[in-house]
Design a protein around this ligand. Structure first.
Ligand code: HEC
Ligand code: HEC
Length: 326
């Protein structure tokens, strides 16, 4: 009998030693790098229509994470990210040739936005990837990045390097990986199909599910609907005062979702202005999206009706954490 325990002890000891060794290895190598990719040869034509559309997508995506106080995309501290993941900064993506992306080709930008991998094979784990964004929208983003709009004009300021926690580094060796590049054409949704337009706006360009699902890690970028707790909310984030705020349950659950909380008109208003029907204001990191059209936001509402309902009482979670923070 004693012998058995000895072997179990030895086994456990080995597992611990291996895990310790793996952690030490990860702490030293950091985020893994990949083979430098084959970059697609694309040259994006910069039409006014594309620049205008690119600005809409930039306003609901890129600016929230890359804009400084003057609205230049020189990079900034991402205060909403829980400390568990480290201290994270985005980067300068202005046209500055040294500090920004002035020297990137159109193909390199598109490859990076789809996969998370730069031309030299390094991987950016925190930056979202956009595998389901339509090619036309992707080109619009690139056209806007190359345009003469103020936010992307060359600026030399730079945010500090991110300090990823051991947890984040471990994740990049296990669950968080770059996506593979698919040359397959991604087309725009049929704009007369409200649910399809809503799904596209929320999942492919709005990235709403990445905050409004049940877990920050257990998500699928290529198949968002496979994400854990898809649109059931409950991820704990930090507002601009450093206080905890849970992401809302956007499913149509009768009691805990938005079914009875918002009519379609009220939903359009809260998403575009950040003001709830009772006059209260949504807290950061949720920000208003006035640049989306009523048709697009209304379509998100119709799409959310089709998402499986999840019972998750966010009001109670917020109340509990507020009590604890007092
Ligand atoms: C959730 C926050 C977030 C959003 C949204 C976001 N980014 Fe980023 N981005 C980052 C972070 C953080 C990094 C730095 C990653 C790193 O250093 O590993 C980054 C890096 C980059 C880089 C690489 C820059 C370099 O010098 O290596 C490019 C290019 C980029 N982002 C473009 C964009 C564009 C275009 C959009 C909008 C379509 C966008 N980002 C949206 C957070 C974000
Ligand atoms: C960076 C994370 C993040 C992203 C991305 C995000 N949200 Fe939110 N959202 C939140 C948080 C946090 C709250 C809760 C705010 C509060 O309680 O004051 C919230 C609240 C809401 C609410 C209010 C719900 C209620 O019960 O009152 C709506 C509606 C909403 N978001 C819709 C959206 C839509 C649509 C998108 C995509 C276009 C989106 N959100 C993207 C974090 C996010």
């Amino acid at each position: 009998m004693k012998k058995v325990f000895k072997y179990i002890g030895l086994g456990l000891g080995c597992i611990l030693a291996l895990a310790g060794g793996f952690c030490a290895y990860v702490a030293i190598v950091g985020v893994p790098a990949y083979d430098p990719p084959v970059i697609p040869e694309v040259t994006v034509e910069k039409t006014p229509a594309r620049i205008a559309r690119g600005e809409v997508i930039a306003q609901i995506q890129c600016m929230a994470c890359h804009a400084d106080n003057e609205n230049r995309l020189t990079g900034k501290h991402l205060a909403e990210v829980p400390a568990l993941f480290g201290t994270l900064y985005s980067k300068n993506i202005t046209q500055d040739k040294e500090k920004g992306i002035g020297n990137w080709t159109d193909g390199e930008l598109i490859y990076f936005l789809r996969t998370g991998v730069r031309r030299d094979g390094t991987y950016a784990p925190i930056m979202p990837q956009y595998p389901n964004m339509a090619d036309e929208d992707m080109k619009s983003v690139v056209a806007w990045l190359r345009s003469d709009r103020f936010p992307v004009q060359p600026a030399g300021a730079e945010a500090p390097e991110s300090e990823l926690s051991l947890v984040s580094k471990l994740l990049t060796h296990t669950l968080m990986k770059p996506l593979s590049y698919s040359p397959k054409l991604v087309s725009l949704p049929d704009s007369t199909d409200e649910v399809a337009l809503g799904r596209y706006t929320a999942d492919a360009i709005g990235d709403c599910y990445s905050c409004h699902s049940g877990d920050m890690i257990d998500q699928s970028k290529t198949h968002p609907e496979r994400s854990k707790g898809y649109y059931g909310g409950g991820i704990e984030m930090k507002d601009n005062e450093g206080k905890s705020v849970f992401t809302a349950n956007l499913t149509f659950d009768d009691q805990t979702g938005i079914a009875k909380k918002y009519t379609k008109e009220q939903f359009i208003r809260v998403v575009k202005t950040g003001v709830r029907p009772d006059g209260s204001i949504l807290r950061q990191p949720m920000f208003p999206r006035p640049m989306l059209s009523d048709q697009e936001v209304g379509a998100i509402y119709e799409f959310l009706k089709t998402v499986p309902k999840i019972k998750n009482d966010i009001a109670q979670k917020n109340a509990e954490v507020q009590l604890a923070e007092k």
